[in-house]
Design a protein around this ligand. Structure first.
Ligand SMILES: [Zn+2]
Length: 303
């Protein structure tokens, strides 16, 4: 199966001269062949989700950390991080450290559900979290573990449990290497774009193909990433003794607050908040199980 694209390529290359040599077809096939080779040689199983994903094998954890750090420094130089001694900064750091402490156990438990061992990819992450003064209800965690929470999120989160759900979601993006997956998809899209240009399609046709690719492949992928981050993030929050049930009213508040405003990262690819809430509700029994299993301290609220 894996050899197919190359087999076809050789066949067509062999047939081309009989129809009159067209170098454009050769170049097009070379691009398509490279795209297929890139796809098949960089597919890897994520033990935590049990899904086959596309990540460039040449991208190491050190590369990801360096890329994340560079982006972090750029963002922090443009934004206004609050005084790290302020109560909000302390609280956010405390939530982050409780979530991070549970990463190995939660990854191992989720991987075990798929009959796999965790990769331990995040074991050398250099975690950091800053609170940024901003009206945006947003948060992020970059590849390599650099995080930020915007003060505009505080009134929407309303409590530490909901804040932990959002931060768990962001941490999950970094653990699952969603940034690296996006980079690999972009590379494939570029190869496709070049192949389109080589095939003699006019720019309008190329645009249509790229739009179809976006809606048919990249957007569903992005939504899948959000769903995966919700799942892993919820288990992290529960394992770190936060109340996962707070995720549902959080999303209700988030969708009310989002009307007409630019969507924050964790809402951007979910046009239907109802679906997200349904997903979270279906995960709740499992999240409560994780809380019973991994939360060593007696939780403040009765279960
Ligand atoms: Zn997200």
């Amino acid at each position: 199966m894996r050899r197919d694209p190359f087999g076809r390529q050789r066949q067509r290359q062999g047939a081309a001269p009989r129809r009159g040599f067209n170098p454009r077809i050769l170049i097009l096939l070379a691009f398509l062949g490279y795209g297929a080779y890139y796809w098949f040689s960089n597919r890897t199983l994520d033990p935590v989700t049990g899904e086959k994903v596309l990540i460039d094998r040449s991208l190491s954890v050190e590369d990801e950390k360096a890329l994340g750090l560079q982006a972090y420094e750029e963002i922090l130089s443009q934004e206004r991080p609050v005084d790290p001694d302020l109560p909000i900064a302390r609280e956010v750091r405390d939530i982050a450290s409780r979530l991070i402490a549970k990463v190995p156990e939660v990854e191992a438990a989720l991987a075990a559900e798929n009959g796999q061992q965790p990769t331990g990819f995040s074991s050398t992450f250099e975690w950091d979290v800053q609170v940024i003064q901003s009206d945006q209800a947003n948060a992020f965690c970059l590849p390599g573990g650099k995080m930020a929470v915007y003060t505009g999120l505080v009134p929407v989160a309303q409590n530490v449990d909901a804040m932990a759900v959002v931060m768990g979601h962001e941490i999950a993006h970094a653990l699952l290497r969603h940034g690296a997956q996006r980079m690999a998809q972009q590379k494939l899209s570029q190869v496709g774009q070049m192949a389109g240009a080589m095939s003699g399609m006019d720019p309008q046709q190329q645009q249509m193909v790229m739009a179809a690719l976006g809606y048919g492949y990249l957007l569903p992928y992005a939504r899948k990433h959000e769903t995966e981050a919700d799942h892993v993030g919820l288990m992290l929050a529960a394992a770190a003794c936060y109340d996962p049930r707070e995720s549902v009213p959080l999303w209700q508040r988030m969708s009310e607050a989002g009307g007409g405003q630019p969507q924050p990262e964790f809402a951007s690819t979910h046009p239907n908040p109802g679906t997200r809430i349904q997903n979270l509700q279906s995960l709740m029994p499992k999240a409560m199980e994780y809380r019973r299993k991994f939360c060593a301290d007696a939780p403040a609220t009765p279960l």
